[in-house]
Ligand binder design. Structure first.
Ligand code: ZN
Length: 484
């Protein structure tokens, strides 16, 4: 059944709790039969998010993001469909209630779109997107985009970034399982509050070696690029690539691809079903309020106490809404030698992934980050292990020598994951766990280069503060219909 839009303005955006459900938006006062061009909005599907639509004119609609469940502070992710369009119908959609002000929309980011007849996601042209402070919305930042529908029978879907749903992950993991790979094991580590699976993959050939790399993703559900990276890591590690075969022989990889399955399913940006930012609860997760985090933490603590296992890496994958490229956050330690050792993996990754930036990589000890996996485990694990947050831009990357940012695609996110995986071989060759068969002069050059990392190359928070002060802010212009 299609509902008619309520024309009276009941409740502010804080009152939004559900997604629009096949909502037909016709002109106020219109009582005739629905016509082509009376747009029908829907977000009642997995990872969907759209809380309200206001009719402004025949051409213009205000869209409200539905805040995270039980936490109205977070409003960033959107994902909805539009149908019943008229051919050549031109519209402007204004997303009016973002909870963030800084955004890559200033730098050319745009929403992604697909439609029934063109099922591959693509980014909208940046020239059709405007980001500005709007006097009509309490001077909130508004992102407006112009769009021209072209196929009457198509259903169009718009999203903040390429969606990667819980079901997609389940299908992917099921297809991996069907391959019956002797070095891959899938298990259910626990269940979410809404009884969704918390999956754990173990990839290894190794019975003897007990070096362990732990990777997790999607603690923040709206950060869908993290899933493409994670899938890239898994695809590479289970492949027949010679590097993958060597890695499986020497290292155990444990991967939790979706730490917050409820949040992903519900279309939240940051929180779990009950409104918790799980990446702020590592110190004391509760088995009933944060069951997935509790299960992962228990497993890590247990492995850390096992003398047969050496947990060497913990990497938590995220996506970043204001920075470009892939980069990492690490911890700050008193021991300078430890700080330098910590810079080795990002330096090696930088060699393998053109979109990964060592200069964006930084090491900090913010108080607000104390409950994150990276910070908590950095304190728990011994000084031969490394904990990082791997971040990737929601938008684009610059490579050495490129003059314009290159927008990320689903494929380039996945490729970054493959590059992360193969970097472990370089790391373990450097540390003599794996025999380095490269010519001796290349080995020497690599060692000299890594040991040549100086303290001044390693960015700590002090540098970042200075950087932020010098970054100029770009003021958004006012938006008019002439832009069409
Ligand atoms: Zn995050």
């Amino acid at each position: 059944m299609m509902q008619k839009q309520q024309t009276n303005d009941t409740g502010g955006e804080d009152a939004l709790v559900g997604n629009v459900n096949k909502l037909m938006v016709s002109p106020p006062g219109y009582s005739g039969a629905p016509r082509k061009g009376h747009l029908v909005f829907d977000a009642c599907f997995e990872s969907g998010n759209l809380g309200r639509v206001d009719y402004i004119s025949e051409f213009e609609f205000d869209l409200f993001i539905r805040p995270d469940t039980c936490n109205p502070r977070f409003r960033v992710w959107f994902n909805f469909t539009v149908e019943n369009v008229r051919e050549t119908q031109r519209v402007i959609f204004n997303v009016v209630n973002f909870s963030k002000t800084k955004s890559l929309y200033r730098d050319g980011m745009s929403p992604v779109v697909k439609s029934t007849s063109r099922p591959k996601w693509q980014r909208l042209p940046a020239k059709n997107v405007y980001y500005y402070r709007c006097p009509d919305h309490r001077r909130n930042y508004v992102m407006s985009f112009a769009f021209c529908f072209d196929q009457e029978d198509d259903v169009y879907q718009f999203a903040y970034c390429y969606p990667y749903t819980y079901s997609r992950l389940q299908h992917y993991l099921a297809s991996l399982e069907r391959r019956n790979l002797p070095y891959l094991q899938r298990e259910q580590l626990g269940l979410s509050v809404q009884q969704r699976r918390l999956d754990l993959l173990t990839i290894t050939n190794s019975e003897r070696e007990k070096k362990l790399v732990f990777l997790s993703a999607r603690v923040h559900p709206g950060e869908s690029p993290a899933s493409f990276i994670c899938q890239g890591v898994i695809d590479f590690l289970v492949s027949q690539h010679p590097v993958a075969q060597i890695l499986r022989d020497h290292v155990i990889f444990k991967i939790v691809p979706m730490l917050n399955p409820d949040g992903v399913y519900l279309g939240n940006y940051r929180c779990s079903l009950m409104g918790f930012d799980l990446n702020r609860h590592w110190q004391d997760p509760s088995p009933w309020a944060h069951p997935t985090l509790h299960a992962v933490k228990q497993l890590i603590v247990q492995m850390n106490q096992d003398p047969r296992v050496s947990l060497e890496f913990y990497i938590d994958v995220h996506a970043h809404s204001t920075m470009l490229n892939g980069f990492m956050y690490g911890n700050v330690f008193e021991d300078e030698e430890r700080v330098q050792r910590q810079a080795v993996f990002p330096r090696l990754l930088c060699q393998n992934a053109p979109d990964f930036s060592f200069s964006n990589t930084s090491f900090n000890r913010d108080v607000v980050k104390a409950g994150t996996g990276r910070r908590f485990l950095g304190g728990l694990l011994d000084d031969t292990s490394y904990c990082y947050t791997l971040e990737v831009s929601f938008y684009s990357y610059m490579t050495a020598g490129s003059t314009a940012p290159v927008p990320y695609t689903e494929e380039t996110y996945t490729k970054l994951g493959r590059n992360v995986a193969r970097t472990f071989l370089d790391y373990y060759k450097l540390n003599n766990l794996i025999k380095d068969n490269r010519p001796i002069h290349i080995q020497r050059r690599r060692r000299a280069w890594v040991s040549g990392i100086r303290q001044t190359d390693i960015r700590t928070d002090r540098h970042r503060l200075r950087m932020n002060k010098t970054q100029s802010t770009v003021a958004g212009g006012s938006f008019t219909l002439h832009c069409l």
